[in-house]
Design a protein around this ligand. Structure first.
Ligand SMILES: Cc1cc2nc3c(=O)[nH]c(=O)nc-3n(C[C@H](O)[C@H](O)[C@H](O)COP(=O)(O)O)c2cc1C
Length: 175
């Protein structure tokens, strides 16, 4: 039974240490489905997900993520890509430069929350050499790899609660 959405949002945190335990296929499928259910401008759904389970490939991805070796412990890494041409066809420059990225980001967040909902840890990894990722995965030139999402059962305790800005600092209410 998955957790309530508010509890899930509160409990999600980046996890960078994983057990080697495999993720059940059905759970992984549900996490990917959650990503695919994200909102997108004009419902274009410009995302593509590359689900990497091969250990050697995951190690290659960790290398092109500027040596974030911890990634290699994750049993699954999902490389989230977007196809800006699809958004550009309907929305021009705004679609290409903004919506295609926003849409895929919404999918990424859904994935993180779904993972937490199934008691799995995850981390959004954005620091990598884009060109090298394209080479490692032999990606179509149309695709931009936006993020790696590492997923696996968390090893050990959650890291300390991260410092949050005060809510008042980031809210402006206009009555
Ligand atoms: C766009 C983006 C890029 C990120 N890139 C990395 C990364 O390359 N490596 C990493 O360990 N964490 C990365 N993170 C995770 C953040 O460090 C993390 O979300 C932040 O410190 C807040 O912690 P929390 O996720 O536990 O709330 C990234 C997060 C986002 C949203």
């Amino acid at each position: 039974m998955a957790k309530d959405v508010i509890e899930t949002i509160r409990e999600r945190a980046s996890i960078r240490e994983y057990k080697s335990q495999e993720i059940p296929e059905e759970t992984l499928h549900k996490i990917l489905e959650a990503a695919h259910l994200a909102p997108s401008a004009g419902n274009i759904q410009p995302w593509e997900f590359f689900v990497i389970k091969n250990q050697a490939k995951i190690e290659e991805l960790a290398k092109v993520a500027y040596g974030q070796e911890w990634m290699a412990e994750a049993p699954v890494v999902v490389v989230v890509c977007t196809n800006p041409e699809l958004s550009a066809a309907k929305y021009g420059q705004r679609g290409e430069e903004l919506y295609a990225l926003q849409d895929a980001s919404a999918a990424i967040e859904n994935m993180l929350l779904a993972a937490e909902g199934y008691d799995l840890g995850s981390c959004w990894v954005g620091a990598f050499d884009e060109e090298k990722v394209k080479e490692v995965l032999d990606l179509s030139a149309k695709l931009i790899p936006l993020a790696f999402v590492t997923i696996g059962y968390s090893q050990g305790d959650k890291e300390e609660v991260r410092p949050q800005k005060e809510l008042d600092e980031v809210i402006t209410i206009i009555n």
